[in-house]
Ligand binder design. Sequence first.
Ligand SMILES: NC(=O)c1ccc[n+]([C@@H]2O[C@H](COP(=O)([O-])OP(=O)(O)OC[C@H]3O[C@@H](n4cnc5c(N)ncnc54)[C@H](OP(=O)(O)O)[C@@H]3O)[C@@H](O)[C@H]2O)c1
Length: 351
Amino acid sequence: MLIVTTSSRIVLASRPVGAPEPSDFRAEDVPVPPTGEGELLLRTIYLSLDPYVRGRLGDAHAYRSASPLLPLGEVIPGGTVCEVVESRSPGFAAGDIVLADLGWQSFGVRGAAGVRRLDPGAAPVSTALGVLGMPGFTAYVGLNLIGRPNPGETVVVAAATGPVGSMVGQLAQLAGCRAVGIAGGPDKVAWLRENGFAAALDHRSPTFGDELAAAVPDGVDIYFENVGGRVFDAVLPHLNLGARVPVCGMVSEYNGDGPAAGPDRLPGLMSLILSRAITVQGFHFRPYAASHERRFLDETAAAIRAGRVHYREDIVAGLESAPAAFAGLLRGANFGKLLVRVGPDPTQGDS
Ligand SMILES: NC(=O)c1ccc[n+]([C@@H]2O[C@H](COP(=O)([O-])OP(=O)(O)OC[C@H]3O[C@@H](n4cnc5c(N)ncnc54)[C@H](OP(=O)(O)O)[C@@H]3O)[C@@H](O)[C@H]2O)c1
């Protein structure tokens, strides 16, 4: 058995002001606690970097009320795919691959009840953090349960090559909708075209507003809100009577540098919502998990196997890469689901 005494971890050193800086994080080596009865000692293989974490770090307005602030000195949170190093639970054995929430650290101990075993034969284990994980499920909930797509409708989504947006666009296509994807840069736009989006637009284009108008000649029935800011402003006038707006995230504002929240724009927005009978609904994936996650996993795994859903991963190497990669996520430097490969992946033949 691997003898593990020390874990490398990254903790919050200071609250970021604006975009996170390397100095907001601190790397440490700490002793690994003993594995108690019913617990597992886990080794991190893949770490998920997710936009919501910015809200936990503080000094930005978005997500503040949804999640408590992370205390200074705490390990940065994050979903992980791990290998069981030692099991003191009858349900798990050393060598099992599991989904856990170890955060930004190389080893840790967790209760067996809080982890889920993964089947490496069913799908690459990294997908449990992306297309077959929390982001994919978020897309499923937001589009299907809140957006309620009908064949022939137009669905617009931004951050469209990311794990949430790419799934939204592909589920929309599977529902018989016309999917319009918005992303940052020509490579991302090309990927959207290759993956069946009826139109793909670069939000950085100086003529973005005109391009959007041309791409939605019949208006917009569902705007899946991932980013807020300029993209939201551009889509708003195109919303149809009865449009639905699942509000999933506002990543353009997570660093606190978006337009200040305030009542100045609200009356105009409310008039539009009223006159076009628009449904705007914020949501969080978690309350839907018990009732819908099993079905999501079965349907999505089958769709991937049949080649009807594609996904893309952006994997950086080494835990020490996490702070810079995370800062990049908040300005669109990632291309696909952003993961850190913290240690070897035995399911890929690594030792
Ligand atoms: N409600 C929930 O339960 C829930 C769960 C998971 C995720 N979310 C939210 O879903 C959204 C997407 O998450 P994800 O994990 O799929 O992230 P992601 O797409 O991998 O990464 C975020 C993307 O946002 C785009 N972006 C960043 N700054 C932007 C700006 N100023 N204007 C326009 N686009 C910008 C970038 O893509 P481009 O380069 O293409 O612009 C960037 O790659 C986020 O808002 C996240 O917080 C919500």
